[in-house]
Write a protein that binds this ligand. Structure first.
Ligand code: ADP
Length: 223
């Protein structure tokens, strides 16, 4: 089995990125680095940075590139990541962020960038019923709740609806995705790093597709 991978997961809000990144991180035994989870933790802890970040998040807007690049740079330089690899979720979201990531990962470049593809109509319905663990970021839905309502099966944390999962904020994030993040997909395509994966179907079906795609790519690049 392939161990260790350095990858980015792209996909619209509600495409299933969070769920799939947790599974991939377990499968390849690498840290799951989610900028959204890191920011929500800072908000929960009430740090000065968290208070500033919350204003952007609740409005469905992106934090300034230089701010989020600093956060990711620091996290990617921790030894767990430099040694084992990572599944990066929520970053990069703009072309300047992708350029900054190329710089940060220059000593050990990315193996691949997966784009999890799901249509906009499907994701709106998924987000309306999405619930998320405040502590570990595990994702549930109204139709697939945790075993004990509403405490996380993994860590016992509170499972809640995110403050930014209102219909207005979600529409704004989806617009932003088309405007700012869709070009990132093209940017990676031009550099030969992009792998497209169909995000429709059960979580197990999608995981199997992703693992097959990652294994194939990593085997090819490390051959
Ligand atoms: P979603 O994928 O549903 O938009 P995330 O959990 O990835 O949610 O991110 C939540 C919010 O955190 C974003 O709407 C944005 O305000 C902020 N954020 C996360 N990642 C980034 C990033 N790479 N650049 C700028 N802002 C970010």
């Amino acid at each position: 089995m392939i161990s260790g991978v350095r990858m980015v997961m792209l996909g619209r809000q509600g495409a299933g990125k969070g769920t799939q990144c947790v599974r991939l991180a377990r499968h390849y035994v690498v840290p799951h680095i989610s900028t959204g989870d890191m920011l929500r933790l800072a908000v929960k802890e009430g740090t000065e940075f968290g208070v500033r970040a919350k204003a952007f998040m609740d409005a469905g807007e992106l934090l300034p590139d230089e701010v989020i690049v600093g956060v990711v740079d620091e996290r990617l330089n921790q030894t767990s990541t430099t040694r084992r690899g990572f599944v990066l979720d929520g970053f990069p979201r703009t072309v300047p962020q992708a350029e900054a990531l190329a710089e940060i990962t220059r000593p050990a470049p990315l193996d691949l960038v997966a784009d999890l593809q799901v249509d906009a109509e499907v994701v709106l319905a998924r987000i309306a019923s999405r619930r998320c663990c405040l502590d570990c970021g595990a994702i549930y839905s109204v139709s697939d709740p945790p075993k004990y309502p509403w405490h996380c099966d993994n860590c016992g944390g509170d499972v809640v609806q995110r403050d930014d999962d209102t219909e207005d904020a979600v529409r704004r994030r989806l617009d932003l995705y088309d405007r700012e993040t869709a070009p990132v997909i093209g940017w990676y395509g031009e550099r030969g790093l992009l792998v497209e994966v169909d995000g429709l179907g059960s979580a197990d079906e999608v995981s199997a597709r992703l693992v097959a795609a990652v294994d194939e790519r990593v085997a090819a690049t490390r051959a």
